[in-house]
Write a protein that binds this ligand. Structure first.
Ligand code: NAD
Length: 278
């Protein structure tokens, strides 16, 4: 028995992905979405929600915006990575204990390596220093990136993310940046980790003229799957990593943690493509 807790998650594909993979693996797996908007829930309701998940016999919960940080003080244990990131997206419930994990970073890393395995040591710019940007920065550095520059319209957030990552990976491998053109001139790739490009947030966080053909371009946004950034970058000859891969691979990681079994990542990706009509 699993669930997803977050705001505005009515259209989430995670329940369908998890239930279908459970069935394919012979499990009787139910996955329910608890939309905070639909039920008027806030972070103040999280203690009750976790208490009832435990009482009702839930085996785990995915946690998404806006609760990834708020859940931290309410759980009994944390993986090293979730502690480093200060964010939890997967809570495993077992033996009366709630243990928090983060599969955003590992999911992004897996999705990236599947498309661009040769680029793991590259220098990269991450645009957007929220939860997604910090997770992407962590994945890039953990898989061996030479350097990561973090940029945000809110300079303080970029500095905070850089400090958090530098604590784990060293000051010489990560820095905040303010000039996108200058940062890209020294980089091999760029990741959009802002909401820009989502349905309702049209536009590109990187101007088209900065997308030179030798730059790889990744997006975390996956509604739509083909963002304007991905489309323009591909047209300019850049190698691209769209955001759908992260959405699938974070679910693959969560499935592993919830069930202790290794799901078929290709089958989950195929199901995701089917659900999104691609
Ligand atoms: P957040 O609000 O915590 O952080 C976004 C950051 O982007 C903010 O700090 C904001 O100041 C910055 N920003 C906004 N516009 C900018 C611009 N033009 N240039 C530079 N910085 C800018 O959000 P988050 O939780 O980090 O999520 C970001 C995006 O990642 C969302 O669209 C979310 O849907 C997506 N996401 C995707 C996956 C996936 O599985 N593919 C997983 C998690 C998040």
């Amino acid at each position: 028995m699993l669930g997803l807790v977050g705001a505005g998650i009515g259209a989430s594909l995670t329940p369908a992905m998890q239930e279908r993979e459970g069935r394919a693996m012979g499990l009787s797996l139910a996955y329910r979405a608890v939309d905070a908007d639909a039920h008027g829930l806030t972070a103040d309701d999280l203690p009750d929600l976790l208490c009832w998940a435990r009482r009702l016999g839930y085996d785990g919960l995915n946690v998404t915006h806006p609760f990834k940080q708020a859940v931290l003080p309410l759980i009994d244990g944390l993986s090293e990575e979730a502690a480093a990131l200060g964010a939890v997206n997967t809570v495993v419930i077992g033996g009366g204990r709630l243990v928090g994990h983060n599969t955003d970073w590992s999911g992004w890393g897996r999705a990236f390596r599947r498309v661009l395995p040769d680029a793991v040591r590259d220098r990269a710019v991450v645009v957007g220093a929220g939860g997604a940007g910090t997770a992407v920065g962590y994945a890039l550095l953990e898989q061996g990136a030479d350097h990561v520059a973090v940029l945000d319209t809110d300079g303080l957030r970029a500095e905070e993310a850089a400090v958090r990552l530098a604590k784990w990976f060293g000051d010489d491998r990560v820095s905040p940046a303010t000039d996108l053109a200058a940062a890209l001139a020294e980089a091999d790739g760029v990741v959009n980790a802002t909401p820009v490009g989502m349905l309702g947030h049209d536009g590109m966080p990187v101007p088209a003229e900065l997308l030179r053909p030798d730059l790889w371009v990744a997006d975390v946004v996956y509604f739509p799957l083909e963002t304007q950034l991905v489309r323009v970058a591909r047209a300019r000859g850049c190698r691209v990593v769209p955001g759908g891969g992260m959405a699938v691979q974070q679910a693959v990681g969560a499935f592993e943690l919830f069930t202790g079994l290794t799901p078929d990542a290709d089958r989950m990706a195929a199901h995701f493509r089917q659900l999104t009509g691609r």
